[in-house]
Design a binder for this molecule. Structure first.
Ligand code: SAM
Length: 314
């Protein structure tokens, strides 16, 4: 039987999309199928979906993954989703703001249900309430998980950062974002931005699908794209500490279009001489601009300049 469309569901449950929550529902079945396919799901996988909305993507995930936990902020949608998936015990819904919860703990603390081919294994109920990000201690019970989502665009960068910097990040994320944001994230040296570096430090990023505005209801003002982020087992620049790395990168981008010798000295509060020496030691011409550096060059710089700042601040 054909599954109900977004329009039928909105009529049946008397719902209007909430613009303030970024509710642009994906109505094109072929795009939904391709998003799920990009995540290479199998019954061994646990999926965390952010913003299930009316469950149209959830349906595809539920058909392929062993377990789906979906986090939705709109309280109107939780009973709807529970009714729609009542006969699928391997799918569960959490009413929460994704930015306020530790993603891996959602997987660990949720009722454990697994679907294996034709049988469902139901485990114990949750022992503790949904944890907050203030307790980011890795939960030893959390299995590896993938994130698949048609993200609410108003929090795209915040969500990506929240996932990638989590105590236990996903192994893979397949996310729909605004196309221009996707292009900025996958950029190479010459077009790098803080966002691109922030994501590529943790994951290999590529665009797997372009999605036109007409594939959504209501139709957004912008086109979209699906990003696949293969999260690295170790951040790319292994010998630079993330704290230094990002302090140096932020300083470099702090004053747009300035030469690095100036932006870094101003942003890090160190002399131009020290900055130039650090840049030259890392093999980087001090007159270059932040957007031209590769991740490896930022790594070399963060290591040299970071150690120097450390000495100066001690
Ligand atoms: N997955 C559905 C689809 O593809 O049609 C809906 C996607 S819609 C672009 C984004 C969804 O994220 C909405 O259902 C919205 O209510 C939800 N949402 C917005 N902010 C959220 C947040 N902070 N945490 C969790 N869900 C959120």
């Amino acid at each position: 039987m054909k599954p109900p469309s977004v329009f039928e569901l909105m009529r049946r449950f008397d719902l209007d999309p909430k613009k303030s929550l970024g509710q642009n529902f994906l109505v094109d079945e072929s795009h939904l199928a391709r998003i799920a396919a990009a995540a290479d799901l199998s019954p061994a996988d646990t999926v965390l979906e952010i913003g299930p909305g009316l469950g149209v993507l959830t349906r595809h995930l539920a058909a392929q993954a062993g377990r789906v936990v979906a986090v939705e902020l709109d309280d109107r949608l939780i009973p709807v989703l529970q009714e729609l998936f009542a006969d699928q015990p391997h799918v569960s819904f959490v009413h929460a703001d994704i930015l306020q919860v530790d993603p891996a703990s959602l997987i660990a603390d949720d009722k454990v249900t697994r679907w294996q081919g034709d049988k469902v294994i139901v485990g114990p109920s949750p022992q503790s309430p949904v944890p907050s990000p203030q307790s980011p201690v890795p939960n030893p019970q959390s299995p590896p998980y993938k994130v698949v989502a048609n993200l609410p665009y108003y929090i795209t960068s915040a969500v990506l950062r929240h996932l990638l910097e989590a105590s236990q990040p996903p192994t893979l994320a397949v996310v729909m974002v605004q196309r221009e944001v996707a292009q900025r994230i996958v950029a190479g040296p010459g077009d790098m931005s803080l966002l691109a570096i922030g994501v590529q430090f943790y994951a290999e990023a590529k665009i797997v699908q372009k999605v036109p505005a007409g594939a959504f209801h209501p139709r957004p003002k912008v086109d979209s794209a699906v990003l696949r982020l293969d999260v690295r087992p170790q951040p790319l620049v292994a010998d630079a500490q993330p704290a230094w790395y990002f302090e140096v990168v932020r300083a470099g981008f702090g004053q747009k279009r300035k030469q690095l010798r100036n932006s870094l000295a101003a942003g890090l509060g160190i002399s131009k001489e020290t900055t130039e020496a650090g840049l030259i030691a890392a093999g980087i011409d001090p007159s270059r601009r932040a957007e031209t550096l590769s991740l490896a060059e930022w790594g070399a710089l963060a290591k040299g300049v970071g150690e120097e700042i450390g000495r100066l601040r001690d």
